[in-house]
Design a protein around this ligand. Structure first.
Ligand SMILES: Cc1ncc(COP(=O)(O)O)c(C=O)c1O
Length: 425
């Protein structure tokens, strides 16, 4: 594409590849010259069923010929009702009522609005490293990097930040890290936001943009206990960690904890813009009708894609595949970590759940090795493997292949990654 045409697109979209995609299929993206790239970004955790899964494409085509748009304040349509029915079978127990919107940020913002109406309280507690979106309120809820906030201050108030159990960064044992984080959260409720003015605790069950951090085993249960003690609502943001990404439908299901409200987007509709809020009906009934909504939320074609997505994940055993391929990926990354020498730097930590895996690059003195991680991603791109970084220092390479990924594709990606690391480290 010529530079002139590129200039028509806003540079606010910082871009990590020059690729102009022609088409995509499964784990592969093809550019306009027919070059094939192995896509381990899944469009940032969206194409969980693989690019253009035939059953999702067929559902989209069939629905497009029947009804494109039916505004929810005016009419309901079959895909909307079917999606709610399907979701009811996969979300955590107790969540039995659904609202739909278009983007992740919209869902999170809606979830906080719901929590405020349902409790009559204004404040929200979030965690260090959180990413919840880019609208004004969700920027205020986001602490993963200053780039998402700088220049937009002052942001909406009423947001308080507690530490997330990022064990590797703190350098303590998981038990010490968990105890510290829960202690600090309790202190926050004593010193900054009184429980009677705190509506909710909003948490990513696995930290996404903030560095692909899996919480310590008892952390989410600890949040549940604190919420129950003080009448706060627990909101799980499953926008990146949901839809099979971690080997269960939703990451919180690994921890035996039930949230009061849950947000979802990304993998929900395999690439069509759709997000959702799930909550107990009793809470939804306290949300004043007409005080929230939107023109496009629950779009008919997007809902049809979501119904097909859920069925594909179920019928093709993709949760099981995510668990198996994730375990393989982690094991091989840990072998590479040993090979490059943990103590002499390079890959300081390998962590993850299912196919939500991070490899954190650290210098020998333990400081974040941002340049190294970025150079490795560039080296992989040169070899036609698409990977992303994350974390406050952008020093964690994140692995988010589609859930349909094969062992051969994992091996291929790892071989490329190894070459890229060897070239640079
Ligand atoms: C956990 C989480 N919440 C919210 C969002 C915002 O979603 P969107 O970019 O669709 O607004 C993201 C996006 O990366 C996310 O990872």
């Amino acid at each position: 594409m010529s530079t002139t045409i590129n200039n028509l697109i806003s540079p606010v979209w910082s871009r990590i590849t020059p690729i102009v995609a022609e088409r995509a299929e499964g784990a592969y993206v093809y550019d306009q010259d027919g070059a094939r790239y192995l896509d381990f970004t899944s469009g940032i955790g969206v194409t969980n069923t693989g690019h253009c899964h035939p059953k999702v494409v067929r559902a989209v085509q069939e629905q497009a010929a029947k009804l494109l748009h039916g505004q929810a304040n005016i009419i309901f349509h079959q895909p909307l009702l079917e999606l709610a029915k399907e979701l009811r079978t996969i979300v955590p127990e107790g969540l039995d009522c659904f609202f739909f919107s278009n983007s992740g940020a919209e869902a999170v913002e809606g979830a906080v609005k719901l929590a405020r109406h349902a409790t009559g309280r204004p404040n929200v507690i979030v965690f260090q490293g959180s990413f919840h979106g880019r609208t004004a309120l969700t920027m205020a809820l986001t602490t993963s990097k200053t780039i998402y906030r700088a220049g937009y201050q002052p942001l909406p108030s009423g947001v308080f930040v507690a530490p997330y159990p990022y064990t590797y960064r703190y350098g303590w044992s998981p038990e010490e890290t968990e105890a510290f984080c829960l202690r600090e959260l309790k202190l926050l409720l004593k010193s900054q936001t009184a429980p009677f003015e705190t509506a909710a605790i909003l948490v990513e069950p696995v930290l996404g943009e903030g560095g692909y951090v899996v919480p310590t085993p008892g952390f989410l249960a600890g949040l549940r206990r604190i919420c129950d003690e003080h009448g706060l609502l627990l909101i799980a943001d499953e926008i990146q960690s949901g839809f099979g990404r971690t080997g269960k439908w939703f990451a919180i299901q690994h921890f035996g904890v039930e949230p009061d409200i849950m947000t979802m987007a990304k993998g929900l509709a395999s690439g069509l813009p759709l997000s959702g809020i799930a909550a107990r009906r009793e809470l939804m009934e306290r949300w004043i009708p007409g005080s929230h909504g939107g023109t496009y939320g629950g779009n008919a074609v997007a809902c049809a894609a979501a119904v097909a997505t859920i069925r594909v994940i179920r019928e093709e055993g993709l949760l099981e595949n995510a668990r198996r391929m994730g375990a393989l990926l982690m094991e091989r990354l840990r072998t590479l970590q040993e090979k490059f020498g943990k103590r002499s730097g390079v890959i300081g930590d390998v962590r993850g759940l299912g196919l939500m895996v991070g490899a954190e690059f650290t210098a020998a003195d333990g400081t974040p090795a941002t340049d190294l991680a970025k150079a490795v991603v560039k080296g992989c791109l040169k070899r036609r493997l698409l990977l992303l970084t994350c974390g406050p220092w952008d020093n964690t390479v994140r692995w988010i292949p589609p859930l349909v990924v094969t062992q051969q594709q994992i091996e291929e990606a790892l071989a490329i990654f190894k070459q890229a690391v060897e070239e640079i480290a």
